[in-house]
Design a binder for this molecule. Structure first.
Ligand code: NAD
Length: 354
């Protein structure tokens, strides 16, 4: 297969980890006889420096015409005070490409339970996929802003969801669950919010079209508790934008390091955006110590979801699994006294096992 992949390394450790993910994809291409072309563009702070904007129309167009987008991370202290923010580039990318669902698989590795805040027995069997609605809800509500009145400050955010927005993300969650343990937990606040009542009603309807999938509903506060008290009880969690934002970060804590987790943002077209869940880590940028695993696993998700190459995706996931089982560690997951590998050396270990 031929595939055209746009890379957006971004800021901080972004370029270091994207370089390793590209090397892994090149090895996969060679081994499985594919041709992957890579084209690099700017996003975030480096794009602000070069063009004044965090994401140019040229970059968006290149992404639209590609088969998939692999992204590093954006942001850093240099751009914290400006009016134009690197993160605006990410929001624009998701909105313009219609990426309505963010997928975050969370599966702690048995050899790394020491790195998690949870007791090892709580982590046994944990394999959760959180599907977060990404382009609706509170973060995109109108009106939004600050409206000063009669010498009092007032700020407004509005939460709105349509049946169409709920349908497409719950349907995706059900289809993904059918390839796993066939259980979907839909998370809402239906005892209080009108949008959540609609969410629950639509989720129930959609699940009827997937009879092989079992659907449960859970209030977001209960879900937050159960995610740390009994994380192995979940298969697929589907929820709205802000609840998903919070729950996905909570779920990430189970694994022990931000550097390990991948994500995929998907929409109606095949162009998805694949990125590790962490930020640009300015504290370790340029030191060649960043963990490349989250980005390399994001590349595996790219192969599975945008290029329909599940065998190739599994080859990467298996190699990462074996590398961690063999005791290879970057600094973020090494115990006291354990030798920490550089970003490149960790990627080399994974490549050797592919
Ligand atoms: P961060 O995720 O960048 O870093 C949090 C901590 O995790 C740091 O100690 C960092 O060193 C560590 N870490 C992160 N990734 C790592 C990796 N691959 N290997 C080893 N250690 C890793 O979060 P932050 O410090 O709050 O944010 C830094 C910048 O990133 C900010 O400008 C923020 O706005 C931005 N950010 C961007 C994204 C994104 O691009 N999607 C997401 C979150 C934060």
């Amino acid at each position: 297969m031929r595939a055209h992949i746009i890379t957006l390394p971004g800021d901080g450790i972004g370029p270091e980890i994207i370089a390793e993910a590209i090397r892994v994809l090149q090895v996969i291409a060679k081994k499985f006889n594919h041709q992957f072309e890579f084209e690099e563009h700017l996003i975030g702070g480096c794009a602000i420096d070069a063009t004044g904007a965090p994401l140019s129309d040229e970059t968006i167009n290149a992404c639209r015409q590609s088969d998939a987008v692999l992204l590093g991370a954006v942001g850093g202290p240099k751009w914290d005070r400006g009016d134009v923010r690197p993160e605006q580039g990410l929001l624009k990318l998701r909105k313009d490409l219609g990426l309505f669902a963010n997928l975050r698989p969370v599966k702690p590795h048995p050899a790394l339970t020491h790195a998690s805040l949870l007791k090892p027995e709580k982590l046994a069997g944990v394999d959760v996929l959180v599907v977060r609605e990404l382009t609706g809800g509170l973060y995109f509500g109108k009106p939004q802003g600050r409206f000063d009145e009669n010498s009092h400050a007032r700020a407004v955010d509005t939460l709105e969801y349509s049946d169409v927005e709920i349908t497409r993300v719950v349907d995706l969650a059900c289809r993904l669950a059918a390839t796993r343990r066939a259980r979907v937990t839909s998370v809402d606040k239906a005892n209080v919010l009108a949008t959540s009542k609609l969410w629950r009603e639509i989720a129930t309807q959609i699940a009827r079209a997937h009879p092989q999938v079992q659907l449960d509903h859970l209030l977001v506060d209960t879900c937050a508790m159960r995610l740390v008290a009994a994380p192995a009880s979940f298969d697929v969690i589907v929820t709205e934008n802000m609840f998903g934002d919070i729950l996905t970060d909570e779920a990430a804590v189970l694994v022990g390091s931000m550097g390990l987790l991948p994500s995929a943002s998907l929409g109606d077209s095949k162009v998805g955006v694949y990125e590790p869940i962490h930020g640009s880590a300015p504290d370790i940028a340029g030191k060649s110590i960043a963990n490349p695993v989250g980005t390399i696993l994001s590349a595996a998700m790219l192969l599975r979801h945008s290029l329909a190459l599940p065998r190739e995706a599994q080859a990467i996931e298996r190699a990462v699994d074996q590398t961690l089982s063999a005791g290879c560690r970057t600094a973020d997951i090494a115990r006291d006294g354990e030798r920490a590998l550089s970003t490149r050396a960790m990627a080399e270990e994974i490549i050797a096992r592919i």
